[in-house]
Design a protein around this ligand. Sequence first.
Ligand SMILES: [Zn+2]
Length: 318
Amino acid sequence: MTHITRRAVLGAAVGTAASGLAPRTVFANPTSYELKPFSVADGIWMIEGSRDYFSRENGGAIVNCALIDTDIGILIVDSGPSKKYGEALLDVARGLNGRGAAGVMITHHHPDHFLGNQVFADNLIYALPETRALAASEGDGFADNMYRLLGDWMRGTEPLPPNKDITSSFLTIGGRKLKTLPLAGHTGADLAILDEKTGTLIAGDLAFLDRAPTTPHADLAMWRDALTDMSQQQSSSIIPGHGPIDRTGTSLTQTRAYLDWLEATLKRSAGEGLDMVEIMDLPIPEEFSGMGSMPQEFYRSVAHLYPDIERTVMPLSQ
Ligand SMILES: [Zn+2]
């Protein structure tokens, strides 16, 4: 029974590559997001997502979004998984300072982070240049997959890539100065943002806390470099891409420890000639087994990462 479950996860993870063929079926179940912003610093709010995987129960609202107060409205960091979520986010922004959205920043091109963009089509939607390119090339496939997973929550959603490249190290929006860190490793381009006023670091999916990191587009060496870079910033708190607000830097150390364990486990398994299902049967250390979306996220990572690692590690015996 366990193996059937693990094979199902494996099949689903591998199958996403062909998801562009899936019809955008919309199911008739009424849905609404209840987004609850809470203050994490002076003029900064966070909306915390579910620590579970995408489901019709959570509507795909698994992402953390940040909202930053400026003189011209609320700057929104990451627009969520759907048009409906983007609309709810805009309502939240209007409620916070009465001016609505001052613009949007997208940390990276994963669908839970940018498919709310179309609601902000008339705003500047900032991102790293490569994120814009990746959102343009992969957005349709992501959206098809999300329709399949989430049904009616996705009604009317069309992927809209960011429209404004971030090419400088600092941006001042509505009087609020932000340091922009062009990093990579979780994907080919990952933006982290440091608010100069409060020292709040918005890490996107370079940092997870108490929720297993996702790796479909990961470069683990680059990801570690990005964690080092973020740890050297003068930050007072960290908003991770998934999981609770981090006041101690634990999201950076925990993410690094998980990636180190994941890579070591896969390399050792390749040396021992294990197949994917055998790896999924291995014990998971206690410090990681209680994270949100475990063990399923580990199974997905095995499917994403093992083929490449297996090719580069010579088995001990044939
Ligand atoms: Zn991501």
